[in-house]
Design a protein around this ligand. Structure first.
Ligand SMILES: Nc1ncnc2c1ncn2[C@@H]1O[C@H](COP(=O)(O)OP(=O)(O)O)[C@@H](O)[C@H]1O
Ligand SMILES: [Mg+2]
Length: 327
């Protein structure tokens, strides 16, 4: 039994183990966090909407806000629901109703955190708006979404909107160093740079990549980071692009093979990395004028992949277009 418990503790995902407990621990979202801290001081809060890409602290901020507001009564006053719950909107509405109809414990209101609220249909959003109004006395809602444009206007206008930003390298680095220290890992500058590169501002991804690597070694190698995250080193992608631009199509194709079969990258992974490297290239390597055309090409093939065309064929066709461009 004890053995089992130990095992479970060891397996706890680090994104949970190291989820911020207080608002001050949520890094990189200074403006949002200081406003939330002011709500804690005044024991008051409006309905809110947290928007921004995945893994940057939206859920963490909501949980930390509730923990600071409620202390020991946190569990009884905070409800977290996922709007994309497969059991449907009626189940969600039922849960909201059950939770909201009783008064808050040692507080003026409870908080309902509705994750992925942009997954709700417009009808469901209208219903949610009515629910929100019905329970204004006892509850505050925090809606979390990737795109605020997918939320109907009447809901938006009832919420204070907080825009969360992708995290900067320094914020990710500092957090990872802290975790590495606690876990007894050695994380040098190269490995750290690699994690920052593959995680693209997404702290959840950064922490997951670190945990996956730590299962393999205590001194984390740059190589391992790229392996566990199915990303290629920037250099490998740059080389494929430059070879393609030179018109050496067969060689570019070999390099593409390497990305897809050795690194296990999906077509989408390849395209997004190609896009990053083209946009980030220096003027002497890819002049701005050429970038315009290349981004146009990348956009076209990205669209085809999303539409479900054969990845391999489309990526080769993209490289062939690059070859034409290089001339
Ligand atoms: N701004 C941040 N500061 C500190 N840790 C973060 C931050 N953003 C994300 N994390 C880490 O990543 C995990 C996932 O973050 P989460 O708040 O669930 O992201 P989101 O809700 O924006 O998708 C957290 O448990 C935490 O470990
Ligand atoms: Mg979340």
């Amino acid at each position: 039994m004890i053995k089992e418990l130990k095992f479970m503790a060891a397996e706890l995902p680090w994104v949970e183990k190291y989820r911020p407990v207080v608002l001050a621990e949520v890094v990189g979202q200074t403006e949002a966090i200081s406003r939330l801290q002011s709500y804690v001081k005044t024991h008051n809060a409006p309905n809110m909407m947290f928007t921004g890409p995945a893994g940057i602290g939206k859920t963490s901020a909501a949980v930390a806000l509730a923990k600071e507001l409620y202390g020991n009564e946190f569990r009884r006053n905070f409800l977290e629901l996922n709007a994309s719950d497969s059991r449907g909107i009626d189940v969600i509405r039922g849960q909201i109703k059950d939770f909201a109809r009783t008064l808050a414990f040692s507080a003026d209101f409870k908080i309902i955190f509705l994750d992925e609220s942009d997954a709700l249909t417009s009808d469901a959003q209208h219903a949610l708006r009515r629910t929100m109004e019905k329970y204004t006395k006892t509850c505050r809602f925090v809606l979390s979404c990737n795109y605020s444009s997918r939320i109907i206007e009447p809901l938006q206008s009832r919420c204070i909107i907080f825009r969360f930003r992708p995290l900067q390298a320094k914020d990710i680095e500092a957090r990872l160093q802290k975790i590495a220290k606690k876990e007894g890992l050695e994380l040098d500058k190269k490995a750290l740079d690699a994690i920052v590169y593959v995680s693209m501002g997404d702290m959840r991804k950064a922490v997951n990549v670190l945990q996956a690597s730590s299962a393999l070694e205590k001194k984390i190698l740059e190589k391992t980071i790229f392996n566990v995250s199915s990303r290629a080193k920037p250099q490998e992608v740059k080389e494929m692009i430059s070879v393609a631009l030179k018109g050496e199509f067969m060689e570019a194709r070999n390099l593409l093979d390497k990305l897809m079969y050795e690194h296990g990258m999906s077509g989408e992974d390849v395209i997004s990395q190609v896009y990053r490297e083209v946009m980030g290239a220096e003027e002497k390597d890819i002049p701005s004028k050429a970038k315009i055309g290349l981004v146009d090409v990348i956009g076209e093939y990205d669209f085809r992949l999303v539409e479900g065309a054969n990845e391999r064929v489309q990526l080769e066709a993209m490289l062939a277009q690059f070859a034409r461009f290089g001339k």
